[in-house]
Design a protein around this ligand. Structure first.
Ligand code: SF4
Length: 507
């Protein structure tokens, strides 16, 4: 689908308009000017006085037509802020004409970003009442009442789980990336290397990771900075041996400040084929009781098709084993829209989940990420149509509600089936605090290990700086000292009392 946009020359409009077109069409390309042979042409008019007036007339090669306009005040603010508002108006009009043309209603309105709830938090933090904030989301962003209610629900749950959510910026969370898995799944884009035959590489990697934990832990102790949560992800952090896990957690207790009072420590035991009684005993020994055991689906053919290399029975068996060994906060990840699956298959998965009743459930919608095997061979994987994916999502919503779960975080992804979202549900009081921290971007998260992305947040302005550790173990092993040093330098500047130092923050 080739879409010509006339009347908007500023190239900064290109990306938002392309993101919106992607919500409506599987394959689309937006051209800002000069395209004569387009499937769709949108003629925009933009007028700026003390208000912003945007109108658009759209026509297609099949002679279909649509038009829309939107007017709002031009804020008295910087050029950047004003442009942001103009972009919002243009997006509004573009969504409106495409909705008229396709009949597809975008429940998230003009939002294409991945963190809708952050927007509601921001409005509430600015002192707006709930009604005012909701009205702005409805009228300025075209968000449906259904999604606004979902956002409100989530915001309330988050504030109940972390009452100091708006002031937790003086603490940090830690993410630890272990880049190994038993085998690589077809949809995976995480740093995950098949572990067999790589013991040498695992040993050197763990050496580097211990070093990072010691150095960062020391820095935190010196500055008297508390850790809110620790999350071991990857890869699959339970791919390494029980002894290696034992040493790693011992390192955490020795190096990190006040581990006894960290609010939550999670270990992704994602792949059931990595869970053993010995590893569960190690987790219990170090008082780690929040783990993830991820079925993704309870349909054997699906697990085979996506290359999970574990059976449905194994998931159930390892879940029970984890319970017996004292894991009392278990999360399970499910994926909607896996190849070959429709509503009947998803219902099977929900029925199986009912027999286990984990404390939390994360429901993902399949996304075709550019780097995955599944995307490279898209024609090989048959996925459900948009309407069916939507019905599966609704099934997840009503199933969780009737089984005592409530949504507590959500995020959206690009190229996600049906433009839906990923939602984390939990029984009250068992929300993952780390998930809330990462989604709402309320504090710095320091990434240690392979592929670990750090997000440094300036406590005063909320400005985020990203910093990525290398994804492959070899580069990590060769450079971990320098990566650690660079992170400490960034932290020094972030938490510096001296404003002059802060001004030199890299951007
Ligand atoms: S278990 Fe997770 S991290 Fe490992 S290959 Fe599969 S999707 Fe990737």
């Amino acid at each position: 689908m080739r879409i010509a946009i006339n009347g908007l020359d500023d190239e900064r409009f290109g990306r938002p308009l392309q993101n919106i077109a992607n919500l409506f069409f599987e394959e689309s390309e937006v051209f800002l000017t000069g395209l004569t042979e387009a499937d769709i042409t949108a003629d925009f008019q933009l007028s700026l006085t003390d208000s912003i007036l945007v109108s658009a007339k759209l026509h297609t090669i099949k002679l279909e037509q649509a038009e829309s306009s939107y007017k709002t005040e031009l804020p008295l603010a910087s050029e950047k802020e004003q442009f942001k508002e103009i972009k919002k108006c243009v997006s509004y009009v573009f969504v409106d004409v495409l909705q008229q043309l396709t009949g597809i209603v975008q429940k998230w309105g003009i939002l294409t970003g991945i963190r809708p709830t952050k927007l509601l938090h921001k409005k509430l933090q600015e002192g707006k009442s709930q009604e005012e904030a909701h009205a702005e989301l409805r009228e300025g962003y075209m968000i449906s009442d259904e999604k606004i209610a979902l956002m409100q629900n989530i915001v309330e749950r988050q504030l109940a789980a972390v009452p100091d959510l708006y002031s937790v910026k003086d603490e940090v969370s830690i993410y630890i990336g272990i880049p190994f898995c038993p085998t690589k799944c077809a949809y995976c884009t995480f740093p995950a290397y098949a572990i067999n035959g790589r013991q040498g590489s695992v040993n050197s990697f763990l050496g580097g990771l211990h070093y990072e934990m010691r150095e960062i832990g020391n820095w935190l102790k010196e500055r008297n900075i508390k850790i809110t949560t620790v999350y071991y992800g990857g890869g699959t952090p339970t791919s390494i041996t029980a002894e290696e896990m034992d040493m790693l957690y011992e390192e955490m207790y020795t190096s990190f400040p006040d581990v006894e009072n960290i609010r939550e420590i999670t270990v992704e035991a994602g792949r059931p084929d990595t869970i053993t009684p010995e590893k569960l005993t190690v987790l219990k020994k170090w008082k780690i009781d929040r783990i993830s055991v991820n079925p993704q689906s309870y349909i054997p053919e699906t697990l085979k098709a996506i290359g999970r290399h574990h059976t449905v029975e194994e998931t159930i068996e390892k879940f029970h084993l984890s319970r017996e060994k004292g894991m009392n906060n278990i999360n399970m990840d499910l994926i909607i829209g896996l190849p070959g699956e429709g509503l009947p298959e998803f219902n099977v998965t929900l029925n199986e989940t009912e027999k286990l009743m984990p404390e939390s459930l994360t429901v993902h919608t399949l996304s075709f990420k550019r780097a995955s095997e599944m995307t490279r061979n898209k024609q090989k994987y048959k996925v459900a149509p948009r309407e069916e994916v939507e019905r599966m999502m609704e099934a997840a919503e009503s199933w969780t509600a009737s089984h005592g779960y409530a949504p507590y975080y959500l995020y959206r992804q690009k190229n996600i089936l049906g433009n839906l979202e990923n939602v984390g549900y939990s029984v009250p009081g068992q929300e993952s605090i780390y998930n809330i921290m990462i989604m709402e971007e309320v504090q710095s998260i320091i990434g240690l290990g392979c592929g670990a992305a750090s997000k440094f947040m300036e406590p005063e302005t909320g400005k985020i700086t990203h910093f990525a550790n290398p994804k492959d173990p070899k580069t990590y092993n060769d450079n971990f000292e320098s990566y650690t040093k660079q992170k400490i330098e960034i932290l020094e500047q972030l938490f510096a009392k001296d404003k002059d130092l802060k001004r030199k923050m890299p951007s």
